[in-house]
Structure formats: structure tokens, C-alpha cells
Design a protein around this ligand. Structure first.
Ligand SMILES: Cc1cc2nc3c(=O)[nH]c(=O)nc-3n(C[C@H](O)[C@H](O)[C@H](O)COP(=O)(O)O)c2cc1C
Length: 372
């Protein structure tokens, strides 16, 4: 008998265990990672399809929504949602109610794309804003003209930065009004906060550029503003991707910068740190392990995301190197991913051709196992 019990506990899969750490109280350790799906209206209002999409995936311990602009100025891609108008707040409330009704938890990801933008994708006049007037190499999709070079950004003046940070504070307040359980700052993948962190996109000579302390300032002040808006840092998370070169980012000193960032934000008591261990492009080699790096320096809960399957996720949890595991692409085609993991059922493969196309196809029409 004793032997059997021992065996059972060794075989236990941590992925399915509830977690209560800090402010997180989740039914399992499976996180639906943030994914831009470009199904909102041109004014950034999530459609009713989003209500169905997120509700279908509410078995996850935690859902992190698609990147959502804190202000119209934060938009870079077509048909991404916002969190800055009454219509957007009302539409998001339908999403959070549907997820909560199915026993799920959901946080909003705030994404300001900075220089990763094209004017045709934006509802505001003028160039996108960035730490410096350095155009990002590469192209992005526009509905009107297809692939286009990224627009040339305008450098933010020092005295403008507080108002950009304040947009994050207001969007955090709006997200909680819409019923979200928390808000994640998108500080990864080459968008505005990471453009401040990285030396190739941040050529500033004021207090937001130059030294590590100065380049980290935007992220730290934004987190403080969001915590202020939420009334507590325990409802705020941060996503980072140390060493990721996606969106034309080159970091000169990630092994110094990220430990400094972790050390400085530890006293805030954030809900979690979300570490993406590789970009969307699996071929991008990373010279160090960003999850291990952040585990060493960050004292709160860690979500690790990037290329995991059930076994590798359980293994990382068992080794204590992360507290939760994020899955992005597996959740696209498997709304019942948690159940499939539990039963060992095969996973359906997502179709990248419909990742960002409008409408229900490739969004809410992937069947659950029993219907497949
Ligand atoms: C279609 C798609 C959209 C994505 N959009 C976002 C996003 O809005 N915000 C973000 O932080 N990461 C985004 N990512 C990155 C994922 O969150 C995740 O880190 C990455 O896909 C690696 O995880 P996976 O191997 O489980 O897919 C996106 C990924 C995909 C495939």
C-alpha cells in the first residue's frame, strides 16, 4: 500500500495541481499565453467571437489575453483590441464574465507596439512613438497594402514620457473595471518597453537612456503606475524575453540588465514574472537560458513559455525552475488543451494561415475532442 502511494506521488503531474502563491490562486499551472488574433473592430472593440474564443479555453489555470493597446497611440497592427474607450471596456466585460462563469481566471496583456507599427494600421495621425527615431528593420502586414516596411518612429520627448506611462495606469484601471483578474505589462518581443531596454533601439541621452538603470526606468515606472492604478502590485504581471532578437532587437548586456531589473522590481511584489524563452521563430538561437536567469534573480512566481509540451512542462515544474507553464500555439487548435493533456490524447495542429485573419475561421471552430 505504502509503495503504491509513494509511486502515485512520484507520478503526480504538477501541471494539473492547483497553485496558491502570492496573489495567484489557480486551479492548475497551465497558462494560455498571450496571442494577438486580430479579430477586433477597426476601433479596437473586441467582437463577440472573442467571448466564445476565450470561454472555450477557460479550463486553463490562467488566460493571458492577446496584446491590447493602452491607448490609440499604442496600436501597430491591424484589428488589435484596445482598453481605452467605454465601448472596449463593455466588450471586454463580456469576455471576463464568460471566462469567470466557466471557473477560469483571465488577465489582460497591455501591449504598446512603439516603433513596430505602420501608419495604415493606426487610427491616429502622425508617426508611431519610440524611445529613439530608429526604424525597425523588417516588414509588417497591413490590410490595405499587404506587407510594408515599419513606419519611421518619432522619438518621445522626455516630458512626454509621463503621459505615455499614465496611459498604462488608466488602461489598468479600465481593465479592472472590465472584470479582469489582473494586468500584464508586455515588456517582451521588441515592443515599446523592450525598445527602452535594448541599446540598439534606445539611443537616448536623458534619464531613460544610456546606463542599464536608465534603460530599465521606463519599465519600472510603468509597473509602478500600473500597480498604483490597480491599488496593488499583486494584480500586475510583467512579461520579458531576455536575449530575444525578434522585431530587430539587439541587447548588448542582457546578463546585467535583467538581473538589475529583477532586483529592482522584487520589492514591488508583482503577481508574477512571465518569461518567454524563445521568440515566435523557433530557429532563433538563444545563447543563455532566460528562464534560469530570471529564476535566479526574481523572487516571485514565474511563468515560463515557449515550445513546451506536457512532458517538458512537467519536467521544468518538477525541477522547480518555474511555477506555471504557458502554452500559446497549442491553445489555438486545442480549446480543450487541459483535457487532452490529462488524457494523453493527440493534439490538433493549428493553421498559421488563419492566425490573424478576421472572422471565426481558425479562431472558434477548432473542435473539442469529443466532437472531433
Ligand atoms: C499567433 C501568435 C500571436 C502572438 N501574440 C503575442 C502577443 O500578443 N503578446 C505576446 O506577448 N506574445 C505573443 N505571442 C508569443 C506567444 O505568447 C508565445 O510566447 C510563443 O508563441 C511561444 O510559445 P508556444 O511555443 O507555446 O507557441 C504570439 C504567438 C503567436 C503564435
Amino acid at each position: 500500500m505504502r509503495g503504491e502511494k509513494w509511486e502515485e506521488s512520484v507520478m503526480r503531474e504538477l501541471l494539473f495541481e492547483p497553485i496558491a502563491r502570492g496573489s495567484l490562486e489557480l486551479k492548475n499551472r497551465i497558462v494560455m499565453a498571450p496571442m494577438t488574433r486580430s479579430r477586433a473592430s477597426v476601433t479596437g472593440v473586441p467582437s463577440d467571437l472573442a467571448v466564445t474564443y476565450y470561454a472555450q479555453r477557460a479550463d486553463a489555470g490562467l488566460i493571458v489575453t492577446e496584446g491590447t493597446q493602452p491607448s490609440a497611440n499604442g496600436q501597430g497592427y491591424p484589428r488589435t483590441p484596445g482598453m481605452h474607450s467605454p465601448e472596449q471596456i463593455a466588450a471586454w466585460r463580456k469576455v471576463t464574465e464568460a471566462v469567470h462563469a466557466r471557473g477560469g481566471r483571465i488577465v489582460l496583456q497591455l501591449m504598446h507596439t512603439g516603433r513596430i507599427a505602420h501608419r495604415l494600421n493606426r487610427t491616429v495621425e502622425g508617426p508611431p512613438v519610440a524611445p529613439s527615431a530608429v526604424r525597425a528593420a523588417g516588414q509588417m502586414y497591413t490590410d490595405v497594402l499587404g506587407l510594408q516596411d515599419h513606419s519611421m518612429p518619432r522619438a518621445l520627448a522626455t516630458e512626454e514620457i509621463p503621459s505615455v506611462i499614465d496611459e498604462y495606469r488608466q488602461a489598468t484601471i479600465n481593465a479592472l473595471l472590465a472584470g479582469f483578474d489582473g494586468v500584464e505589462l508586455h515588456g517582451a518581443n521588441g515592443y515599446l518597453p523592450m525598445q527602452f531596454l535594448a541599446s540598439n533601439s534606445n539611443r537616448r541621452t536623458d534619464r531613460y537612456g544610456g546606463t542599464i538603470q536608465n534603460r530599465a526606468r521606463f519599465v519600472i515606472e510603468t509597473l509602478e503606475a500600473m500597480a498604483d492604478g490597480a491599488g496593488s502590485a499583486s494584480r500586475i504581471g510583467l512579461r520579458v524575453s531576455p536575449g530575444n532578437t525578434f522585431n530587430d532587437i539587439q541587447e548588448s548586456d542582457p546578463l546585467d540588465l535583467y538581473p538589475y531589473l529583477a532586483k529592482t522590481i522584487n520589492p514591488l511584489g508583482l503577481a508574477y514574472l512571465h518569461v518567454q524563452r524563445s521568440g515566435k521563430l523557433p530557429q532563433q538561437a538563444q545563447t543563455f537560458d532566460p528562464v534560469a536567469l530570471m529564476r535566479t534573480h526574481f523572487t516571485g512566481p514565474i511563468i515560463a513559455t515557449g515550445g513546451f509540451d506536457r512532458d517538458s512542462a512537467n519536467e521544468l515544474l518538477r525541477r522547480g525552475e518555474a511555477d506555471l507553464i504557458g502554452f500559446a500555439r497549442p491553445f489555438v487548435a486545442n480549446p480543450d488543451l487541459v483535457r487532452r493533456f490529462r488524457s494523453g490524447a493527440p493534439l490538433a495542429q493549428p493553421d498559421p494561415a488563419t492566425f490573424y485573419t478576421p472572422g471565426p475561421k481558425g479562431y472558434i471552430d477548432y473542435p473539442r475532442l469529443e466532437a472531433a
